[in-house]
Design a binder for this molecule. Sequence first.
Ligand code: ADP
Ligand code: MG
Length: 490
Amino acid sequence: YERNELESFRKDFYSQLPQALLSDNEISELRLNLGNIKVRGDGCPLPITRWSQLGLTSDITSVLINDLKFENPTSIQAQAIPAIMCGRDVIGISKTGSGKTISYLLPLIRHIKAQRHLASDESGPLGLVLAPTRELAIQINEEVTKFTAKDKSVNSVCCTGGSELKEQIRKLKKGIEIVVATPGRFIDLLTLNTGKLLSTRRITFVIMDEADRLFDMGFEPQITQIMKTIRPDKQCVLFSATFPNKLRNFAMRVLHRPLSITINSKSLVNENVTQRFDIANSDEEKFNTLLRILEKHEESSNGVPMQQDWNDSENKDEKAIIFVSSQQICDLLHIKLENEGYTIYSIHAGKPYQERLNNLENFKSTPNSILLCTEVLSRGLNVPEVSLVLIYNAVKTFAQYVHTTGRTARGTHTGVAMTLLLNDEIAGAFILNKAIRDKELEEHDPRIVKQLKSMSQEFEKGMQSGKFKVSQGFGGKGLDNLESKREERQ
Ligand code: ADP
Ligand code: MG
């Protein structure tokens, strides 16, 4: 292709909001909240939270909401759709069943509608979806049809081996905007009739779906061959459930400055950390729960039977950290716990630097001691013997929760992260409920699990209605700005 021979085309359909509306921390918190979205590459737009933010036509939105009943975008959709609609090459990685199909189909249809229509003597398609198997191609084409059935300007056909060739040719002859194909059959059709039926000349958007399987099934040479015949400035996206190295190498070769978007389905919290929680109705009740937990913890650290080798018990150092939200609570708990006979060290920003250092050193060198601290001061703290983290005041952000729980189970050690919630700390319940694993919930009293869920739901409802903000991590007016700018635009 000579660049100057190429007709220009449009691939940017989404005007992103200025990123500066949110701080980097707020952006990463937003992505954590929407299902642990990880983005690599520069200039990725912010994820959306509602379909209406995409500026799609009402017929498409109506299929989504009224026909398919998809109320909200899934995590991958929230981030991948705006990224693709900006015209970027995108790598989308998320587990099976997470809604990858719509992630590329909506941008594809938007793309097709904006291009010059096929002339009567021109062969399509404009958009190509490559899939590894016949079944998958059929399924994708059915999904396309749901959005384009009433739209005469977007026609699609499924081209796979093993199905009726004549029928495929008949459809292609009528002029087709979207082809969903397996790589082998697509090449067969290209060579048939030397481009009268099918041509890559007008293709400006290519999708590789289930790219890991395309590779496992040995389609790399065919895909490379197809890509060579398509204009170099095409938009190209790749979706996959896994992203092995050989696929990564291929993607880096074929895609141009791709944004890579990964939905991390694993828990945010280190798998060596066991999460537990309790819900109290009053400060007093909460303090008593704390005492109960510390007592148990102490038993477990001193639990080595006397007749065992002394060295064994000496090695067993089980420290605990208690996180609180303010200096005042820190000082107050310090006194109350010392009165109960515990060895407590505490650090917070109100103490002189040298005192903080000494307290930390003493905590490290005293077996089975307890450190009381505010979250900010614990950053970077690495004490391998900490086997219990107690979150005494509910965290306000996911980032804070992940960081705090990460103070235990350092290296190969295991540990417990226990959250003590008051029954009105619904934002904390929301975060915990998202982070905690099903198998960890099963180890709790069903009544308390129910209470956690209903607190979390209450928060979620409030968030949707705009009554609550996700967290004080958004305190800097960021999210307010974002929402109001979005509304202005609409
Ligand atoms: P993947 O390709 O990631 O395996 P699919 O695109 O096949 O996932 O979608 C899995 C299922 O989820 C399908 O039944 C699809 O209809 C449904 N789905 C997709 N997006 C949404 C959404 N936003 N809300 C609810 N269900 C959805
Ligand atoms: Mg899929």
